[in-house]
Design a protein around this ligand. Structure first.
Ligand SMILES: Nc1ncnc2c1ncn2[C@@H]1O[C@H](COP(=O)(O)OP(=O)(O)OP(=O)(O)O)[C@@H](O)[C@H]1O
Ligand SMILES: [Mg+2]
Length: 624
């Protein structure tokens, strides 16, 4: 890469890869900057403090050198009077003679100022970093929330949370730490080099004779380190995902005693990380050692050269001390750039992924507080016309082949059929989680495409196959679809859902915490909470994916009653496994292998002796 940029002056375009990378990185930087922008006053101020503190640090070796010269004035050189280099502020810094005590005083003065600068830069930069990162986190979370269901079925949840947490931490480190170190390094280099040249141009040139060599090696290793850093980070994310998945499904892991299997899976993933990290470390180690060797070797050589200059009276002992300490600063900064470089590379990797996500188009949902007034309230007539569908992740499998059905407002329609027939998929299409690949769905004879997503979903309630409660109180969980509901409304909904009684039995009643960190509810209880949630929302259309897990007959009856309360006066889609529960539906649709097999009432369908519905009912009767 370095070769071609030397080879010609106007031909840089010949190297698309490099051009692309630099263009890309510029854009990354710009994206980061858009988050810093609101705090740019403080940000710029903190950069000023970084510069000031770097400068103030560099005064320290200068004063130390002066101290040595003050202690041994005999060793001082008499500079030729025509030398102009040292003229500053009206007196010559090179030949100025302060007493030991003055210098000590100056040293403490310098240290005190330094303290303030350092405090300010750390404080300000952290504030800017935290605040801008909080904005980025919120944006990213909002972006994730607004992604379509197909996005979530293609991504692993672990990957997503990993992106949010680790990539953003990396970026945050970059803003509040790496960036500061980098700038400090730059300032230190500029100021240090100026001092070095000011002390003795000859000695400085001797030292810098070796630096370009170091720089070339730095670039070479830097490119390698960048690639490997990205790989290591991806691998670590991968093993993080394993951990997350294992603990999400911990009951399955334990029930199948697959601890050792998971252990092996995790171990091999971790070993991969270690391998990459170690080969990475080999490069980084060689790099850093090389830097240290060359820089310190350089200093030793310069020391020798300087000592020779002292004996010939061209340099004072204090000057050489200054020079060596400055060189150590410069050298240390150089070596530190190696680590910083790989940190910055990692950050670029992280930024790239975060930005990829921020750039994706989410669903057109409106993330505002709940719809207060719905523009086009629907009555609830629903019609599927010749709908075909395949999941975006499995394009070759046509899950729904030809679904045509209709339901009048306020009617109850039951979807039955064997497992995998496509019933839950129909529910997903109703909720506009996905768009049909062919055909259309009409609400009140208006194509579903012409409805706003949020508006449409705002008028539906969904009781899923397996109910998940969010961490929080029972009250909050019921009010999930209507956060401004009053306590009276919530209790009424719980009554109708046959949930009030068991909720009341908890010592804390409606304030009982459920979910991850709270009380675990039984399947039937969770279902009744979900039903209360739906009752409270009072939707025009209700979608009910009945749980396959069989409830005991008492709670089954309670749930059944709750459902009947819920379905009154609204269009209800009921996906039923227990056929006894849907006998009174206005219409029963039998789905098999993605197509409608039969439509009718319980009575008409039972009359068809060879029909699928009759067979399913007979089978369940045999069972019971
Ligand atoms: N997110 C998805 N991505 C790809 N394929 C899917 C997805 N969800 C379901 N499928 C497939 O679509 C088909 C229909 O699934 P669906 O969940 O609609 O069945 P179902 O009728 O609800 O079954 P059950 O009665 O067991 O709940 C199945 O073959 C399933 O493998
Ligand atoms: Mg299903």
């Amino acid at each position: 890469m370095a070769k071609s940029s030397f080879s010609s002056n106007g031909n840089l375009k010949k190297e698309p890869e490099k051009a692309k990378i630099s263009k890309e990185s510029l854009r990354e930087a710009f994206m980061l900057y858009s988050y810093i922008k609101p705090y740019r006053g403080k940000f710029i101020l903190s950069l000023v403090f970084i510069a000031l503190s770097a400068f103030s640090t560099m005064i320290f070796p200068f004063l130390l050198g002066k101290m040595i010269d003050a202690a041994a004035p005999a060793a001082q050189v008499q500079l030729p009077q025509n030398s102009m280099g040292g003229e500053m502020f009206g007196f010559n810094l090179k030949t100025v003679n302060w007493s030991l005590n003055t210098i000590l005083l100056l040293l403490f003065l310098q240290l005190s100022i330094q303290t303030i600068f350092s405090f300010m830069r750390i404080y300000l930069l952290t504030e800017v970093g935290e605040k801008s990162l909080a904005n980025m986190r919120t944006d990213l979370y909002g972006k994730l929330l607004s992604q379509s269901m197909s996005f979530f079925s293609e991504q692993r949840v672990g990957d997503l949370s990993n992106r949010i947490s680790s990539d953003l931490s990396q970026i945050q480190d970059a803003i509040s730490f790496t960036l500061a170190e980098f700038l400090r390094g730059i300032f230190t280099l500029i100021i240090g080099l100026s001092f070095i040249f000011w002390i003795s141009t000859e000695l400085a040139l001797v030292m810098l004779a070796v630096v370009p060599l170091i720089a070339v090696v730095a670039v070479f290793f830097g490119v390698r380190i960048k690639k490997m850093a990205r790989k290591a980070q991806d691998q670590l994310a991968e093993s993080g995902t394993i951990v997350q998945e294992t603990f999400q499904g911990i009951s399955i892991v334990k029930a199948f005693t697959s601890e050792s299997y998971e252990m092996k899976r995790y171990t091999s993933s971790i070993m991969g990380v270690v391998e990459t990290a170690i080969s990475n470390a080999r490069y980084r180690g060689v790099f850093v050692s090389f830097m240290i060797f060359s820089v310190f070797g350089c200093i030793a050589f310069v020391m020798w050269y300087g000592a020779t200059m002292i004996s010939s009276g061209q340099l004072s002992a204090g000057d050489l001390t200054m020079f060596v300490i400055f060189s150590a600063f410069v050298g240390g900064t150089f070596a530190g750039f190696a680590d910083m470089f790989s940190q910055l590379q990692k950050t670029l990797g992280a930024t790239q992924r975060v930005r990829e996500l921020l750039r994706t188009e989410g669903e057109p949902v409106t993330i505002t507080d709940l719809l207060v007034n719905i523009q086009n309230p629907i009555l609830g007539k629903v019609r599927f016309e010749d709908v075909a569908f395949h999941y975006p992740s499995r394009k070759d499998v046509e899950v729904l082949k030809k679904i045509t059905l209709s339901v009048q407002a306020g009617e109850q329609i039951a979807l039955v059929g064997p497992s995998g027939a496509g019933k839950s998929t129909i529910a997903s299409l109703l909720l506009k989680f996905y768009e049909p690949n062919r055909g259309a769905i009409y609400f009140d004879e208006i194509n579903s495409k012409d409805f706003g997503l949020t508006e449409l979903r705002g008028q539906m309630a969904f009781v899923p196959q397996d109910v998940v409660l969010f961490g929080g109180s029972i009250k909050e969980n019921i009010a999930y679809g209507k956060p401004n509901a009053t306590m009276v409304e919530i209790i009424a909904a719980a009554h109708n859902a046959n949930a009030h009684e068991f909720i009341d039995r908890f010592p804390e009643g409606y304030e009982t915490i459920v979910g991850e960190r709270g009380i675990k509810l039984s399947g039937g209880q969770r279902q009744r909470i979900a039903i209360a949630r739906a009752i409270l929302k009072d939707p025009a259309i209700l979608i009910l994916d009945e749980a396959t897990s069989s409830l005991d007959s008492e709670s089954e009856q309670l749930v059944q009653e709750a459902l009947e309360n819920l379905m009154k006066n609204r269009t209800s889609f009921v996906i039923a496994h227990r056929l006894s529960t849907i006998r009174n539906s206005n219409k029963i649709v039998v789905i098999d292998k993605g197509s409608v097999q039969e439509i009718g009432t319980h009575e008409t369908l039972m009359r068809n002796e060879h029909g699928l519905y009759r067979r399913l009912v007979d089978m369940q009767l045999e069972w019971n």
